[in-house]
Design a protein around this ligand. Structure first.
Ligand code: ADP
Ligand code: MG
Length: 232
């Protein structure tokens, strides 16, 4: 327990440092991007392609920066009562273009009236990171299933993929700072998700088999309203 508290504190300082750096770097990047776009519009052929490559790299740097900024965002802002099925639909809408581009199909099994009381943006952030990882793990032709249920009197989200899975060693490291097996990964997504879910008194659990896929189970406290809906 003691170790856990220390880890969280450490993460906080590191997160704040990372965020202030990310913030400082973002402004010059925006300027660079603006000028590159200006130059690009007057070019043709090879030079135009070089600028396009430079712009794509600036975009990548911006994405990394936003991961770092998320690391120290205040954990809980405005909480509100919400139906989880709406949130899952929103995630599918947001991630479908990325999935389609990779040849991955998204399936949902929803259930209405599973309410939670949470910070909408934070939860969205956490679920997007987890679902993105599932899509990234699935090869062309792969599938990602998102299922909603009530389990152990908690709201339960299953995010399962038919991707490459994880070895035991990797399973133990998932959710730890900077662990990434991706060429362009930051190893921050799951850290951010774990922190958000823990801050909301939820839990997150991974099961995986190399070559078969991964299943992530997220349990969240149910809002009183769902219990009433289940009874009535
Ligand atoms: P990143 O996506 O930038 O690598 P994350 O913190 O989101 O960082 O994930 C850390 C690592 O955990 C990934 O690089 C990957 O190795 C592993 N991982 C997470 N989710 C999955 C999944 N669904 N299937 C296989 N590996 C996963
Ligand atoms: Mg990720």
């Amino acid at each position: 327990m003691r170790r856990k508290i220390k880890y969280a504190e450490h993460l906080n300082t590191l997160g704040e440092l990372a965020a202030s750096m990310a913030h400082e770097v973002r402004n010059p990047l925006t300027v660079v991007k603006g000028f590159l776009q200006m130059v690009q519009s007057g070019l043709e052929g090879k030079n135009r392609r070089y600028i396009a490559l430079a712009l794509a790299e600036v975009d990548r740097a911006e994405r990394i920066i936003s991961d770092y900024l998320n690391l120290s965002r205040p954990q809980i802002g405005n909480t509100e009562l919400m139906d989880l099925s709406g949130m899952v639909q929103q995630i599918v809408l947001l991630l479908k273009p990325m999935a389609t581009k990779q040849g991955v199909r998204l399936y949902t099994e929803l259930r209405n009236e599973i309410y939670v009381h949470m910070d909408r943006n934070q939860l969205l952030q956490a679920l997007i990171h987890v679902t993105k990882n599932a899509i990234e793990a699935a090869d062309d032709g792969g599938r990602v299933y998102i299922k909603l249920a009530i389990q152990e009197e908690k709201a339960c989200l299953h995010i399962r993929d038919t991707g490459k899975g994880m070895s035991q060693e990797h399973l133990e490291r998932v959710g730890t700072l900077f662990f990434s097996t991706k060429e362009v990964g930051t190893g921050l997504g799951t850290v951010v998700s774990f922190r958000i879910i823990e801050a909301m008194n939820g839990s997150i659990h991974y099961e995986s088999e190399p070559g078969v896929g991964t299943e992530v189970v997220i349990l969240l406290p149910l809002a009183q309203k769902s219990l009433l809906a289940a009874e009535g």
